[in-house]
Design a binder for this molecule. Structure first.
Ligand code: KG4
Ligand code: ZN
Length: 336
């Protein structure tokens, strides 16, 4: 079965083609066009600007990916939510039109489910039950995946997502959007023991997160040291200490959930999964408990359509989920 997948939920226009037979899947094409340089000027993603850029790019990307008559494509998968409504609408309307014109099944995919499925792109698929930690710009969630298409949300953030906290701290430093990679680079040169920032929600025996207080603690520390804000050592130490607080909290909460639920594998998903310290620390913790940890290849951690194709493929395999191509609507607040 060959799936064409489209992803436009935020600031990446992405199209992919997957060829699959049973558990053998191959990504034949994966195009990603990032708009980061455009949004960086505004300090964040502007939904209407994102939609305009998706519109400008999507036809030519499609033309490079599929034949005009849809020959060779068996189904179309598209991100229907969560995400920015105007941005989502571009991908969804294109997918609806193609499904209608080509008379192919249309499979809406949840963006978060897509992030989890990025770990199926590696050679050996994770074993169920899978405990997934989703850490992106908009979400921080722990999810227990019992089987394909069977997700149980264990907990989420009460306020800021982990990626959002990285982005906001970067802004305090005057660093461009998205701040995660910039903070991670600064942290590499810093000492994470110089400042002790709170490890939010570690006192609670559940899978809930909260990163807004941590962000405020960083803000207070910066205000207290106003004169040193341009001092590289000071900046690096703050970045390293902040990153350490986030990583320790995420890893500790994930391992506590693993201790209770005994999953066969752990999957790290979402844009913050590009963070090297988080990747290494979660792998180490999993090894310690004897649970394999799957971390997607770097190009599959940030938004892409290959992960949407995999999620759509498994939805198609399990016989459900094709929808009427004329009535599908986006769901900006969709949950897993
Ligand atoms: O999954 P994603 O591409 O978009 C959403 O679905 O939100 O995630 C983007 C988020 C941004 O907040 C960005 O700052 C963060 O991922 N990010 C990182 C790193 N690379 C990207 N955060 C920490 N360390 C990184 N290396
Ligand atoms: Zn994402």
């Amino acid at each position: 079965m060959r799936i064409l997948a489209i992803e436009t939920s935020c600031d990446e226009t992405a199209i992919a083609i997957l060829q699959g037979t049973g558990n053998d899947i191959a990504i034949e094409v994966s195009l990603v066009r990032s708009q980061i340089d455009i949004h960086a000027a505004y300090g964040g993603v502007i939904p209407e600007v994102a939609a305009r850029e998706h519109l400008e790019m999507i036809s030519s990307m499609l033309a490079r990916t599929a034949r005009a008559d849809g020959e060779g494509i068996d189904a179309i998968a598209v991100t229907a939510g969560p995400g920015l409504a105007p941005a989502l609408r571009v991908g969804v309307e294109v997918a609806k039109t193609l499904a209608w014109a080509w008379k192919k099944p249309l499979i809406p995919v949840c963006h978060l489910e897509g992030h989890i499925y990025a770990s199926w792109i590696s050679s050996k698929p994770p074993q169920f039950p899978v405990l997934a930690l989703i850490v992106s710009g908009g979400h921080t969630e722990l999810v227990l995946m019992h089987d394909h298409g069977n997700f149980e949300r264990l907990g989420e953030t009460l306020d800021d997502a982990a990626g959002e906290a990285f982005d906001k701290v970067a802004k305090m430093f005057g660093l461009p959007y998205p701040g995660g990679p910039a903070i991670a680079a600064l942290a590499e040169r810093g000492d994470s023991k110089v400042f002790h920032f709170p490890r939010p929600m570690l006192d609670r025996d559940d899978a809930m997160f909260s990163f807004s207080g941590l962000k405020t603690a960083v803000l207070y520390e910066l205000r207290k040291n106003d004169a040193r804000i341009h001092d590289e050592t000071f900046r690096s130490n703050i970045a390293a200490s902040f990153q350490e607080a986030i990583v320790e909290t995420l890893v500790e909460k994930t391992m506590r959930a693993a201790g209770k639920l005994a999953p066969k594998s752990i999957v790290l998903a979402g844009g913050v999964a590009a963070n090297t310290v988080l990747r290494d620390r979660l792998k180490e913790a999993g090894e310690h408990r004897g649970i394999p940890v799957y971390v997607p290849a770097l190009q599959h951690t940030l938004d892409n359509a290959a992960m949407i194709a995999v999620a759509g493929y498994y939805r198609a395999q399990h016989g459900e989920n094709a929808v009427d191509p004329l009535t599908l609507v986006v769901n900006p607040n969709q949950d897993i």
